[in-house]
Design a protein around this ligand. Sequence first.
Ligand SMILES: [Fe+2]
Length: 377
Amino acid sequence: MAKNAIVSEELAKKFATEKDTPYRRWVANEGLDIISAHYIPDLNTVELKPWARRGGRGVYINHEASRTSNDCYVCEIPPGAELAPQRQLYEEMIYVLDGTGSCTVWNDSGHKVTFEWGKGSLFAIPLNAWHQFFNGSGQKPARFVAVTNSPGIINLYEDLDFVFNTAHDFKSRFNGEPDYFANRGEQKGLLLDTNFVADAINLPLISAKERGAGGGHIRFNLAKGSMNCHISEFPIETYKKGHAHGPGAHVIIMKGEGYSLMWPEGEEPRRYDWKEGAMIVPPNMWFHQHFNTGTTPSRYLAFKHEVVSVRNAQGVPKAWISRRLGGDQIDYADESPVVRRLFTDELAKKGLKPKMDDAYDFEQQELARQAEMVTAQ
Ligand SMILES: [Fe+2]
């Protein structure tokens, strides 16, 4: 049986007041719910409530796994409407789920920049910059999902006037550059240095075989923030390597069809089916692994916030390093036979077959190289 660490009501009651935080009280005062789940089947249809202060509708998603590091919310802007202007002393990354519109960003120095977004756009709000969203359609609502680091900030200051009403321009983050939100960027290794991607669903990626199955990868550090995000894509009839890392990753399916397995060390994998618009939030150090069972490449966006040390001494994420070397990635060669069998069975239902031989072969060469390195040390 899965262990979920649930204890008696009596013990839980002793900690009940500690579960309440300034952040949770703030969301409640906004009139919104917090969905405490690490799997949302469809962000496009998740239920929203009127958000009087902002002028749209919204819901917060804040699983215990990321409760004090970062959070997530979904917001809908009604047809022909706009959200209220806002500034905030926390960072926010945004992915547009549906619709079209524009956003105006400005600071106290009087610099103002406006850019247009549509379904698949990816960007971030510069720290403490004023911003206002407009729906570009008079007929259709627009919906976006955002990940912020507000829980830590609101819990730290416990002063909403300070968090939302401090007059200070962080000029190194945003200084009114007219091309700040231009749809272009400079590639630096795996990192694309940009503040705006107009169509992240079709953005060309870079080959990254280290994560398995010939997938493409690209990383972002939007609006010079401390949070980061990345996109991964993997071809039909393939799956990625399982890995684990700290809390706070919000994995949003941009296209494709498949499922993910997630499990805490030593337990049986649990299955979460997905398609475009689904989101999974792997809890702290749970292994997770993504499988493409559809007929198109699958692509996801992961919004992240590194709150615990998850890199080695060279700065490489441990989720990219084999467990054989002390990292947190499970090599295909070491995965449970159940994982491979389930994938084969799922594909067979659609008349498909795993196309993993190249990935397995590439890994065998890597493992041989690693073994030589370890012997030479
Ligand atoms: Fe991950």
